[in-house]
Design a protein around this ligand. Structure first.
Ligand code: NAP
Length: 323
């Protein structure tokens, strides 16, 4: 069967790290754009993008990338978005859709919108998909499959253009939902930003312990700690920017979290097993709900492979004399 006409003629990708390079790979695989042009801040990353053949053209500046593009996606740290909007504003083509992938939306609108001309359609987006790796080698075409992409169009956005961008993300395998930027920031504060803050905290706390050695922390990490370390290995630049940009929503959720930690602390101190049991039963149901709607695999222990049983014979004192 022949592929449908590409949705966009020229896709400009500013930033080609985990997210930008995954968009490039998926858009190429799905024929979502006729031509893909990419750029990144450093010559090193641009060279790598060219070596990997992620785009039809790799250019040296953000302004050059957007010339003639009908879809521009900015996939860079949140704190850089205002500066980049200023750089590209005057070079955008009339009627172009300008979007981003930032994990925070209110700050992106605040920082980018003032520099974008009226003749373009600014439709911010956030694909809720990622890994703890960064850079152009970390991306893969399937990253967005069955993940949500949240679009936060302004209230007066052109509905046809919003639908066109939604169609682009659906072609990359994502499910699309529309939200107001503030609501997005509140939802993501609890589902993503606070879990990252907790992981960064626990891993840091363990690292500072005196009574338990670092090698013990690493050795016995399968007790739960290692699952936090994956999240705590996420990109420091990205996450610094997320917490600075979503300060109010994160502080709101952190306040609630602290109240709940106090309640559990009290239950442990008072030996209130019923309170602990009830709480853990409720949280187990949430995990089941996530698996039930296909947002994670039901395989135990996140599907980690378990090595075979040992084949070495037991040493003499334990081995049966008959064998
Ligand atoms: P990344 O792998 O670190 O890549 C960032 C890219 O942005 C690099 O190619 C970098 O180029 C480029 N860049 C930085 N500043 C630039 C500038 N001023 N002009 C042009 N290019 C610039 O980061 P990522 O994980 O793809 O994250 C990018 C965005 O996606 C962030 O806003 C993040 O909030 C959002 N996001 C991330 C995830 C995730 O799990 N990682 C998930 C959803 C959304 P150099 O390499 O040359 O510096």
């Amino acid at each position: 069967m022949s592929k449908p006409e590409p949705l966009f003629n020229r896709l400009a990708l500013i930033g080609a790290g985990l997210i930008g390079s995954s968009i490039a790979r998926a858009a190429r695989a799905q024929g979502a754009a006729r031509t893909i042009v990419a750029t990144a801040r450093s010559p090193k990353t641009r060279r790598r993008v060219a070596e990997l053949g992620l785009a039809d053209q790799v250019v040296e500046s953000n302004a050059a990338a957007v010339e003639g593009a009908d879809l521009v996606i900015v996939s860079i740290p949140v704190g850089e978005c205002g500066t980049v909007a200023k750089e590209i504003g005057a070079h955008l083509a009339a009627g172009a859709v300008v979007s981003d992938v930032g994990s925070v939306k209110g700050a992106i609108v605040r920082d980018m919108a003032p520099y974008l001309p009226k003749k373009v359609h600014f439709i911010p987006a956030h694909p809720v998909a990622g890994t703890e790796y960064s850079g152009p080698d970390a991306g893969f075409a399937e990253l967005f499959v069955n993940r949500w992409c949240i679009l936060t169009p302004p209230v007066d956005a052109d509905a046809k253009m919003v639908e066109k961008l939604a169609a682009f993300w659906r072609l990359l395998g994502a499910n699309v939902e529309l939200m107001a930027p503030d609501h997005h920031d509140l939802v993501l504060a609890i589902t993503s930003h606070l879990p990252h803050l907790i992981a960064y905290t626990i891993v840091g706390t363990a690292d500072e312990l005196q009574a338990v050695t670092r090698s013990e922390v690493l050795k016995f990490s399968a007790g739960g700690f290692r699952d936090f370390t994956r999240i705590a290995a996420s990109d420091p630049t990205m996450w610094r920017d997320v917490f600075l940009a979503n300060k109010d929503a994160v502080l709101e959720m952190l306040g609630r979290f602290n109240e709940d930690v106090s309640a559990l602390t009290k239950a442990i101190r008072k030996g209130d097993g019923d309170a602990l049991f009830e709480h853990f039963e409720r949280t187990r149901a949430i995990r089941k709900g996530i698996v039930d709607i296909g947002q994670d695999s039901p395989t135990p222990d996140f599907g980690r492979p378990h090595p075979d049983l040992p084949h070495e014979p037991l040493p003499k004192p334990y081995a049966s004399e008959k064998n």
